[in-house]
Write a protein that binds this ligand. Structure first.
Ligand code: NAP
Length: 294
């Protein structure tokens, strides 16, 4: 267990919600929304200063809210597994897991564990963290898992035998494919959880003016030009919060939401056999260590 996360927490009375990427962008507003809704929020971030700033920002607006900070670099699966075990040990009943952390990176980077970093953060970390928290989510049922995907998945194409892009890596392809794979593993999980009281859905938050795109070039320019027309971070949290809290989604599982409504996903995500192959490929990558991204 990382020393960073060794602080002790008193027993919790409120329902527990875990939010990744809670230090900035949409995730910070999701965490605030859950605190306002009466949840004890576990804020997962990679930087303690930013995480404690987000915690203080929430406490200033919702003084009665309980929260705690957990630190991990989610591009590293061992660290992700470790905080999953730590959170589950502290909270045997979890009501909500929001896998929001995500990355859209300009260059392929291979992590110390040998994974493509975009794939690790956007797909493998949610897979590993969800798996670690599943007993607590089952014990906390009715409970919900919300994975923050992206409409870039609408136009992506996946080959289950080549989840790792290698020489075909481009910024847009790596991001879009990771989000399509996240969607498909969400649907596979929803099928596995049928009847358990745990639902799993994937949402597109909209085009939101956040710090997600940290690059120059044509993509950075396009992002900056779109910013005035984009949603605010607070607005971007609306659909994830709707999936997490709205009574009409309490029993909906395996859905793709945009603008608070279930919509039709990418054709590949509607193919149950292909969904299962993506699940198996993700499981192999998550369990076996990395394959070089380039
Ligand atoms: N903005 C959009 O238009 C848009 C559209 C579709 C989908 N999304 C999705 O929405 C989610 C939130 O993104 P955002 O737009 O709010 O962008 P953001 O402001 O960059 O937030 C991303 C969050 O993920 C965290 N994160 C990134 N890499 C991490 C790592 N290795 N370990 C731990 N945490 C990590 C970031 O932490 P730091 O605070 O430390 O950077 C940050 O809190 C992402 O999944 C993104 O793909 C966004």
């Amino acid at each position: 267990m990382p020393d960073d996360n060794a602080d002790r927490i008193a027993p919790i009375e409120q329902p527990v919600a875990v939010v990744t990427g809670a230090t900035s962008g949409i995730g910070r507003w999701i965490a605030l929304g859950l605190a306002r809704a009466g949840y004890h929020v576990v804020l997962v971030g990679r930087d303690r200063v930013r995480a404690e700033a987000a915690q203080a920002w929430i406490a200033a607006q919702v003084p009665e809210a309980g929260s705690e900070v957990v630190i991990a670099d989610l591009s590293l699966l061992a660290a992700t597994r470790a905080i999953g075990a730590q959170i589950a040990a502290r909270h045997p009943h979890i009501a909500l897991l929001i896998n929001n952390a995500g990355a859209f990176e300009a260059q392929p980077v291979t992590t110390a564990e040998g994974h493509d970093r975009v794939l690790a953060i956007n797909l493998l970390a949610p897979f590993v963290l969800t798996r670690a928290l599943l007993p607590a989510l089952r014990a906390g049922a009715p409970s919900r898992i919300v994975n923050v995907g992206s409409s870039t998945s609408d136009h992506a194409h996946l080959d289950p035998d080549h989840l790792v892009l290698g020489k075909r890596w481009t910024m847009v392809r790596a991001y879009g494919q990771s989000k399509l794979a996240l969607m498909m593993t969400t649907f596979a999980l929803a099928r596995r959880l049928q009847g358990s009281g745990v639902v799993a859905n994937v949402v597109h938050p909209g085009l939101v003016a956040t710090g997600l795109v940290r690059t120059g070039g044509i993509i950075g320019l396009a992002w900056r030009c779109m910013a005035p027309f984009a949603l605010t971070e607070e607005q971007g949290a609306d659909t994830p919060l709707h999936a997490a809290l709205a009574p009409e989604f309490a029993a909906v599982s395996g859905a793709y939401l945009k603008n608070r409504r279930a919509v039709s996903p990418n054709r590949q995500a509607r193919d149950p056999a292909l969904v299962e192959r993506i699940w198996a490929a993700t499981e192999r990558l998550a369990e076996a260590g990395g394959a070089r991204c380039a």
